[in-house]
Write a new protein. Structure first.
Length: 544
């Protein structure tokens, strides 16, 4: 059994950052990663067109000024291969690989109450004993594949966008299906359309999408950003989303239609995902949201030639950004091609898969390749893959049977010395996740250092703090339009999943202030014990 201070599960952006931070302050850290290499979501999602929807300079680590200055991004919005090159550069530069064990999948983590240690078992039978367990498993790492009748009978190739093959995938001369019109489906559609003999996109829900406004990064822009990087970081840290964009303090309803049109046009051509911040109340007020949604609908109308297709591709049943909007590079225009077809599964549902393709209510579609761009079991899926057992044999899955509960999205009562990075209850996927990741990990490191100064061996969330935080999450989201539609934010992406709003909608800046206040109060809501609580309780009982 290998004994360590901190076991980090996952070697994506979060896992590497946790390794760097905790190793730098003197702890023995081991990272275990189920995959053959680092990168997490960016290792697996190698589908054509995969690109970040946060600007490259902001979707990067801020802990090293030297790293910021030496890395040269080639595009405003980096592609998956470039992001993977960046992650590998970081790993090599800071010698992180020596503490990462690959092809190592955690199957169980069980808390030993008498020793205040986590005992972690892997698929191969290896056992680790660690004081702290840090879950850096990501939110987009549990792909979901719908179970259609006859799926196993299809004789062609089946690929999931979240488990993309490492080999080159050929589309030339092939009939290809893409099932799903979220970010993955929207990004890959125009790329595959250029090569495939015929492409059919299966759509259940029309999706809002903003142009990526991508462009090469010039030497002048690179020099300017690097000369002002600290100021740029400060803007990101103090913005609601971690993107550095500050919402217009004016309501979308308090300006003339002409002024509004001009502002939306500027955002459309430059801000990408930040379009939702053109006015502060787009996600707070339905009438304000309608102005943004209608602008996007008009843009879609100008991009799609066929009036019937245009109608089917235009979202109308939910407010803009109440589901995570996509950022695309020519998605709508792809439907003007003769070799691209839309299959509306609300109008004609999928009945079954056959050996040759997919049968819907109106047609038997013939395919050589079917691609599932059906997303992930978000927020809880990756945390439920292994069995995590806390106090009294309580599993995390049972603890969260009615939806996840945390304190600050960081800790869970009955699961001492366990940290969750950018999980449910934190800004997570409502933010630039790199900003949230670094914020949380640095804060966790300070908490662990505080424990050390107080000679505490165990940290556990107070159940009342968990309830209070859950109520605060609910209170904040009620101020927004997020609850007006089904989305992965509230568990609607998986049948049978509890309908609970999971991320924190109060913003990166607001969340940061809450973390700072918690720390200044001696980490309120977290209990520190000088010896294992179970041992203390048994001693108290013996004295009684």
């Amino acid at each position: 059994m290998e004994k360590i201070d901190i076991l980090v599960v996952g070697a994506g952006f979060a896992g590497l950052r946790a390794l760097y931070k905790f190793r730098s302050i003197g702890y023995k850290v081991q990272v275990i990663e189920a995959s053959p290499d680092i990168g997490g979501v960016w290792y697996h999602n190698g589908y054509p067109g995969a690109r970040c929807d946060v600007e490259s300079y902001d979707y990067s680590y801020s802990f090293s000024p030297e790293l910021e200055q030496e890395w040269r991004w080639s595009e405003r919005y980096a592609t998956q291969p470039e992001i993977l090159r960046y992650i590998n550069h970081v790993a090599e530069r800071f010698d992180l690989r020596k503490d990462i064990q690959f092809n190592t999948r955690m199957t169980q983590a069980k808390y030993d109450e008498m020793t205040a240690q986590w005992v972690v078992r892997t698929e191969s039978g290896q056992v680790f004993q660690s004081r702290f367990l840090m879950m850096c498993v990501g939110q987009l790492s549990a792909p979901k594949t719908p179970q259609y009748p006859g799926l196993e009978s299809f004789k062609g190739e089946v690929i999931h966008s979240g488990k993309w093959p490492k080999r080159k995938v050929e589309y030339a001369g092939k009939r290809v299906a893409i099932i799903g019109t979220g970010s993955s489906g929207m990004q890959m559609t125009p790329v595959i359309a250029n090569e495939a003999a015929h492409l059919t996109v299966f759509q259940r829900t029309p999706n809002y999408s903003i142009p990526a406004a991508n462009a090469p990064v010039s030497d002048e822009e690179d020099s300017w950003v690097k000369a002002n990087y600290r100021e740029r970081r400060e803007r990101a840290w103090n913005s609601p989303t971690g993107l550095g964009f500050m919402p217009n303090k004016t309501s979308a309803l308090d300006v003339t239609p002409e002024e509004r049109e001009k502002a939306y046009e500027a955002s459309w051509n430059r801000l990408g995902f930040g379009f939702a911040l053109t006015y502060y109340d787009i996600l707070l007020n339905k009438q304000a949201n309608d102005t943004a949604a209608e602008f996007i609908r008009k843009k879609i109308a100008g991009l799609v030639n066929d009036p019937v297709l245009r109608e089917k591709l235009t979202p109308k049943d939910h407010p803009f950004a109440s589901r995570r909007p996509s950022v695309d590079s020519g998605y709508f225009q792809a439907f003007n091609r003769d070799n691209v077809e839309l299959a509306d599964v609300r109008e004609f549902p999928i009945l079954e898969f056959t050996s040759e393709g997919i049968r819907t209510q109106n047609k038997h579609h013939l395919f050589d390749m079917i691609i599932f761009a059906t997303g992930f079991d978000v927020f809880t899926g990756s945390l439920f893959k292994p069995e995590i057992v806390g106090r009294h044999g309580m599993t995390l899955k049972n603890k969260w049977a009615d939806g996840p509960v945390t304190h600050l999205g960081i800790g869970v009562s009955d699961f001492p010395n366990m940290f969750i990075v950018v999980g449910p209850g934190s800004p997570s996927l409502l933010s630039n996740v790199l900003v949230s990741t670094e914020e949380q990990i640095d804060w966790m490191a300070n908490l662990v250092q505080s424990m050390k100064q107080q000679n505490a061996v165990e940290m556990e969330v107070d159940p009342q703090a968990e309830k209070t935080w859950g109520q605060h999450i609910n209170d904040r989201v009620k101020e927004t339009l997020y609850l007006s539609t089904d989305s992965y934010y509230n568990g609607a992406e998986v049948a049978g999943k509890p309908r609970v709003f999971m991320p924190y909608s109060g913003g990166v800046r607001g969340y940061r202030r809450i973390l700072q206040q918690c720390a200044s109060e001696g980490y309120s809501g977290f209990r520190f014990y000088p010896s294992p609580a179970a041992l203390t309780r048994s001693e108290d009982l013996a004295k009684a």
